[in-house]
Design a protein around this ligand. Structure first.
Ligand code: HEM
Length: 292
């Protein structure tokens, strides 16, 4: 029960609560990972033989075995996250160990291959591992920075309230369009039909929508309201004011979607590339023993 209560509280407080796992048990896993990395570097420096060791020396095999086991263990986090297991190895300590030991893999794998890279399956496994690690580091930075920006952009509103506000402006805009000319009504109609969730993932990440019908309607109706060349100018001014409110509401929603996309995008690399890494790692290990 206490576990569920903790889990609920963590969900309420959002991704920023993730960040505390970095400091878990007074940085226990940072200290272990740093100590282990320092030891491997020291041993590497002390084995002063010519030619320098490579992946198939005793040192290379030792680090290779440690690295492969570590990768498989790191990949098990997906399973651990989904299984509820209170006890000494809490999810927080798993994630803390995952992050710090994951970073130490850079040292382990680089010294395992002794800086020997080429166009082969061994380097492919190394590159995929680096993609997973770098995406993880990005994820940590995103969890640290973005939740604060998300809540300051949202103000007191939830995502549902932001969308309700947009729909309410749309309803008023729909009514305000009735007395306008067909040309202006069509331009505003395109904005009313515009889905705030539409657009490519790139547009969402960059928060750039160059052919936004709402922005176009705002500029065109705004210009018409300033020209005062027609007799229903009050109706045009009213529509322009509503469009101005819509532009603001839409830009808040789009900023919200941008921050959420930035917060989630790394997992789309981290998890699938983990599977590719395990496949490349298997090919790497099999080929090493096949040609032995
Ligand atoms: C080769 C090394 C690594 C592998 C194979 C790996 C694999 C995984 C897998 C399979 C998950 C579970 C994702 C899910 O099911 O939701 C995960 C989550 C995660 N990984 Fe990694 N990872 C590695 C390295 C790293 C590194 C170096 C970092 C950070 C510096 C990191 C940060 C994270 C974080 C923050 C999560 C999400 C934890 C959560 O949602 O609570 N990973 N990783």
């Amino acid at each position: 029960m206490a576990f569920f209560a903790r889990n609920k509280a963590a969900k309420r407080s959002g991704p920023s609560s993730h960040v505390s796992f970095l400091k878990y048990a007074d940085y226990r896993w940072l200290k272990i990972a740093a100590g282990f990395s320092a030891l491997t570097i020291l041993i590497y420096a002390l084995i002063d033989v010519e030619p320098r060791h490579s992946g198939n020396s005793w040192y290379g095999y030792t680090l290779g075995t440690i690295g492969a086991i570590l990768i498989l263990w790191l990949a098990l986090l997906g399973w651990r996250k989904r299984s509820i297991k209170p006890g000494q190895w809490t999810l927080k300590s798993w994630v803390s160990a995952h992050v710090w030991l994951g970073v130490s893999l850079i040292v382990v794998a680089t010294l395992h291959c002794a800086f020997q890279f080429g166009w082969n399956v061994h380097t492919l496994a190394y590159v995929l591992m680096m993609i997973v690690i770098l995406s993880g580091i990005y994820g940590i930075c995103a969890y640290t920075i973005l939740p604060k920006q998300l809540s300051s952009n949202r103000g007191d509103m939830t995502q549902v309230e932001m969308l309700d506000n947009l729909r309410s402006i749309d309803r008023q805009l729909h009514d305000a369009t009735q007395p306008l000319s067909t040309e202006l009504a069509n331009i505003i109609g395109a904005s009313l039909n515009d889905d705030p969730f539409a657009g490519s993932i790139l547009a969402r990440l960059k928060n750039q929508y160059p052919s936004c019908p709402t922005q176009y309607a705002f500029e065109t109706v705004g210009a018409a309201s300033r020209s005062r060349a027609t007799d229903n100018v009050d109706d045009i001014v009213r529509a322009a004011q509503l469009l101005s409110r819509k532009v603001t509401a839409l830009s808040n929603i789009r900023r919200h979607l941008q921050l959420k996309a930035q917060l989630e995008i790394w997992l789309y690399f981290h998890v699938p590339v983990t599977f590719a890494l395990i496949a490349a790692l298997t090919a790497h290990v099999v080929s090493v023993f096949f040609y032995w």
